[in-house]
Design a protein around this ligand. Structure first.
Ligand SMILES: C[S@@+](CC[C@H](N)C(=O)[O-])C[C@H]1O[C@@H](n2cnc3c(N)ncnc32)[C@H](O)[C@@H]1O
Length: 307
């Protein structure tokens, strides 16, 4: 796989990822816990960036488990390693590699990733290939945004306008802004046994980190928006944007609902045929997909089978 990542790789983007971590971290932990990631597991975190998800996972698996974070970008891995050292984490390590060339030594118990599928040209194929690194019966769980859900209530003009061009710039650059809606079909197409899906929507006011995060996102996407002719230089001023967004929110006492974060989880089939290793889904001995979709982090139990 060639590196198709369209976002910038610079200090400002690293700062944006750190803000995102602060806002999304506890929610990601909740969704990965629902997925069944827990103590003692060996987990692969693909597209780990500055290590936020790896650190969340390291906490979930505890001292008897381990996490290997993988990213193609040596710059973000340097930050990730430093953060793990600062946090005194001994159960997380990092590897520089393209996801298409990943060959871990032994199968892991779980494959995880956040905000990576939206960047991949053929997400189902990549997930199918990466799932071969997971033991039969192991967990595959991905989280991604539905960016178009981001809004303030009441609506405020700068935020609404900015989100429109941000979404257009993502699409024009080959990034799927509403990948959250597509995780379930992607995991199913990868030949996995679906287990569940849930979503959270962190929210904040003018005085939360949210205006700063939105402005940082706009800053990171502006070069792409300009390159694709989505906006002109005269139409967008990112300097001071966080303050202006916050002023508009404060004036009408608005709440901002950030992008919805969807987590979906599946199991690698316990194969009775050629299955994943042979390139197809294989025959599963586990239950059919028993769980429906719901917002706010709950799961909806599947229908009980009558005996
Ligand atoms: C939006 S960041 C998400 C980082 C992290 N998962 C998080 O949620 O904070 C996506 C990361 O995936 C990495 N990435 C994209 N394509 C990749 C590939 N083909 N192989 C390895 N890493 C890749 C990028 O370098 C980037 O650090």
């Amino acid at each position: 796989m060639t590196d198709s990542y369209a976002m910038p790789r610079d200090a400002a983007e690293t700062g944006r990822l750190r803000l995102q971590a602060e806002i999304m971290g506890p929610h990601s932990a909740h969704l990965f816990k629902l997925a069944g990631i827990g103590p003692g597991m060996r987990v692969l975190d693909v597209g780990c960036g500055t290590g936020d998800v790896s650190m969340v996972l390291a906490d979930l698996v505890g001292p008897t488990g381990s996490v290997l974070g993988v990213d193609v970008d040596p710059g973000v891995l340097e930050v990730a390693r430093e953060r793990a050292r600062e946090a005194g984490l001994t159960n997380v390590s990092y590897l520089e590699a393209d996801l298409g060339e990943l060959r871990p030594a032994e199968p892991v118990d779980a494959l995880a990733g956040r905000l990576i599928l939206m960047h991949l040209p053929d997400a189902a194929r990549t997930v199918r290939e990466l799932s071969r690194q997971v033991r039969p019966g192991g967990v595959v769980s991905f989280q991604d945004y539905n960016v178009s859900r981001c809004r303030s209530v009441p609506s405020t003009p700068l935020l609404a306008r900015s989100m429109r061009w941000v979404i257009d710039a993502m699409r024009a650059s080959g990034i799927e802004p509403d990948m959250g809606e597509r995780i379930v079909p992607t995991l199913a197409e990868a030949g996995l046994d679906m287990q569940g899906v849930a979503a959270v929507e962190p929210a904040g006011t003018a005085d939360s980190l949210v205006p700063e995060f939105l402005a940082a996102t706009a800053r990171s996407l502006l070069p792409l928006a300009l390159a694709h002719g989505v906006v002109t230089e005269d139409e967008v001023v990112v300097d001071g944007m966080a303050g202006r967004v916050a002023d508009e929110l404060r004036a009408v006492r608005a709440t901002v609902w950030t992008a919805e974060l969807v987590g979906a989880w599946a199991r690698v089939p316990r194969l009775a045929g050629p299955g994943l290793a042979g390139g197809g889904p294989g025959r599963s001995v586990s239950d059919p997909w028993p769980i429906g979709s719901v917002s706010s982090g709950g799961t909806v139990p599947g229908r009980r089978r009558s005996s």
